[in-house]
Design a protein around this ligand. Structure first.
Ligand code: QV4
Ligand code: CA
Length: 517
């Protein structure tokens, strides 16, 4: 009896680390700022057929409409209520998206903004995405409702009321993040309102949550909220399935709060991953003063100071650090530097460490002044009436209307498939030249080779794969029984000859058993 009880408790506690992906799936994609109706269509026409397991969606709840600057993407991080009503669509459209995506085995993960409401000092009004009123002077959000009793101001001791010093854990949790009105999460009432919101989403069919600004919440408060959450909707998930929780804690070291404080609650966004991998692919100086090189990736993972793999949600860039917000710094690679970016995403998807998230962005006009992008606020492509533009699909399967759709880039899409095939396979047959030419395999299902040096690569390597002719899924892909890219012949002993010029458009090659001709 006692044993059963212990097992039951452990079951409840560990389940929120599971990605809750359909069988054989390994990755999700962040469709940043997409409309619900476009996501629904994308699940059916592209994500399901190409092995994507899920979508992280932008915050679905009602937010403050910001007019200065005009409709920045970041207005969605300023909640006014928990009504499902945003620039991405209304509740009906959200429900339709979740249903249609779940029905094709692609799950939805919601960005949950629960640490705060909108910025202070906005006064009184109803300029919100659903027209709900707010009064920041009275600290009142009637559509929840929250009143002045539900905010943290009494606990915060800084002069400004804002976080001033990130080495003081009390400030970081009890004061305002960039003036955003900080909720008193120790209050049962506040916890209940948040849990009601998240439970409504769970009942609609979502599979988990990104917890925005988790570093700014006491782990105990957050855990208390997570414990109130329902199991997932049994129309699509097995009985007793807990929602996946991944917490946004930016821990690059050297602050008062460490990501490890949150290991017990769920997974955590590993910001060191993209920062360090960016340095390696750029061949910048590393922590020890010498130039980083890909050969050092031989022990990539925990040995690099990354958190335990089963706690990590990993990504090359996210919606913040691709435009200079949040953590990571200048080493972060994005679609703007597509050649290096594809290598970084390719490496991430081939390597067994962590649970992987692919970024999918919109384009904006960058204006750099003193190294900072003045247009870092610019919102999604939009029509004159300020509504978000539809994602159109071009004949070559790229996206129109300013949507970048990195997840549709052949190299990235094919590596998502590679990762699915390799999911239970160990990293084997590592090879490197001591510089920036590296190769490794995943069991006997896949093999990848990179040449990030300034000279040609020409070598025979042990792939671990069965003999045959394979199609490189980076320079092309297998279509029917033909290969639109380079062919690689694996001999009976597992060896294959690889040639990669440093001038190649994509200086890497990947083969896997499903790309055998
Ligand atoms: C400004 C000043 C304040 C001042 C205030 C009032 O900075 O000092 O008191 O005006 O005059 C926007 C503006 C910001 C403004 C604030 C409040 O950019 O200048 O404050 O609104 O009006 C996003 C954006 C923020 C944006 C916020 C709310 O990145 O720029 O702030 O949305 O609209 C840390 C955290 C981490 C966080 C990261 C960005 O530890 O949790 O910073 N990341 C998440 C999200 C991120 C989001 C938030 C948290 C907040 O990923 O997108 O911030 O929900 O590292
Ligand atoms: Ca807080």
């Amino acid at each position: 009896m006692e044993m059963l009880l212990i097992l039951a408790v452990i079951g409840v506690c560990t389940a929120q680390f599971s990605p809750n992906l359909g069988f054989g799936k390994t990755s999700i994609v962040h469709l940043f700022e997409w409309r619900w109706e476009d996501i629904a269509a994308e699940c059916e026409r592209y994500l399901a057929p190409n092995g994507f397991g899920g979508v992280q969606v932008s915050p679905p709840n009602e937010n403050k409409i910001i007019t200065n600057p005009s409709r920045p993407w970041w207005e969605r991080y300023q909640p006014i209520s928990y009504k499902i009503c945003s620039r991405s669509g209304d509740e009906q459209q959200f429900r339709d998206m979740v249903t249609r995506c779940n029905n094709v085995g692609v799950h939805i993960y919601v960005d949950a903004v629960i640490n705060h409401m909108c910025g202070e000092g906005l006064g009184k009004g109803n300029l919100s995405t659903c027209g709900s009123s707010y009064d920041t002077d009275e600290k009142s959000f009637p559509a929840v409702p929250y009143s002045y009793l539900d905010f943290n101001d009494k606990k915060c001791t800084t002069q400004s009321g804002n976080i001033e010093n990130y080495s003081d854990a009390h400030q970081v949790r009890d004061c305002r993040l960039v003036s955003l009105m900080d909720l008193a999460l120790e209050k049962e009432y506040v916890r209940g309102k948040i849990a009601d919101y998240l439970n409504e989403l769970i009942d609609i069919g979502v599979a988990g949550f990104r917890i925005d600004a988790a570093k700014h919440m006491w782990p105990g408060d957050l855990l208390a909220i997570i414990r109130k959450l329902n199991n997932l909707n049994t129309s699509w998930f097995p009985n007793g399935t807990r929602p996946l929780i991944f917490q946004e804690v930016i821990d690059l070291g050297g602050e008062g709060i460490s990501a490890s404080e949150y290991y017990g609650i769920g997974r955590i966004t590993e910001f060191k991953y993209g920062a360090k991998l960016g340095k390696v692919i750029r061949k910048w100086e590393g922590s020890y003063g010498s130039r980083e090189k890909m050969a050092y990736l031989k022990n990539w993972g925990e040995s690099w100071g990354l958190m335990p793999s089963d706690r990590a949600l990993v990504f090359v860039d996210n919606h913040d650090n691709q435009r200079g917000h949040g953590g990571g710094g200048s080493s972060i690679l994005t679609f703007w530097e597509s050649r290096l970016y594809k290598m970084a995403v390719g490496f991430m998807l081939a390597h067994p460490y962590g649970f992987t998230r692919v970024m999918s962005s919109f384009r904006w006009t960058r204006i750099f002044e003193n190294g900072k992008d003045k247009n870092d606020w610019v919102g999604p492509p939009s029509y004159l009436n300020e509504s978000t533009m539809a994602v159109t699909i071009n004949e070559d399967s790229t996206c129109g209307n300013g949507w970048v759709c990195e997840h549709r880039w052949r190299q990235i899409k094919n590596m998502v498939i590679f990762r699915n095939l390799a999911r239970d396979q160990p990293l084997l047959n590592w090879w490197d030249n001591g510089e920036n030419q590296v190769a490794f395999g995943r069991g006997s299902v896949g093999f990848i080779v990179f040449n990030n040096d300034d000279w040609s690569f020409h070598k025979s390597l042990q792939t671990g794969l069965p003999a045959g002719i394979y199609c490189d899924v980076i320079s092309g892909q297998k279509e029917g029984n033909t290969c639109t890219g380079e062919r690689i012949e694996v001999n009976g002993d597992g060896f294959a000859q690889f040639s990669i010029k440093s001038s190649d458009e994509d200086p890497f090659v990947a083969i896997h058993i499903n790309a055998k001709l």
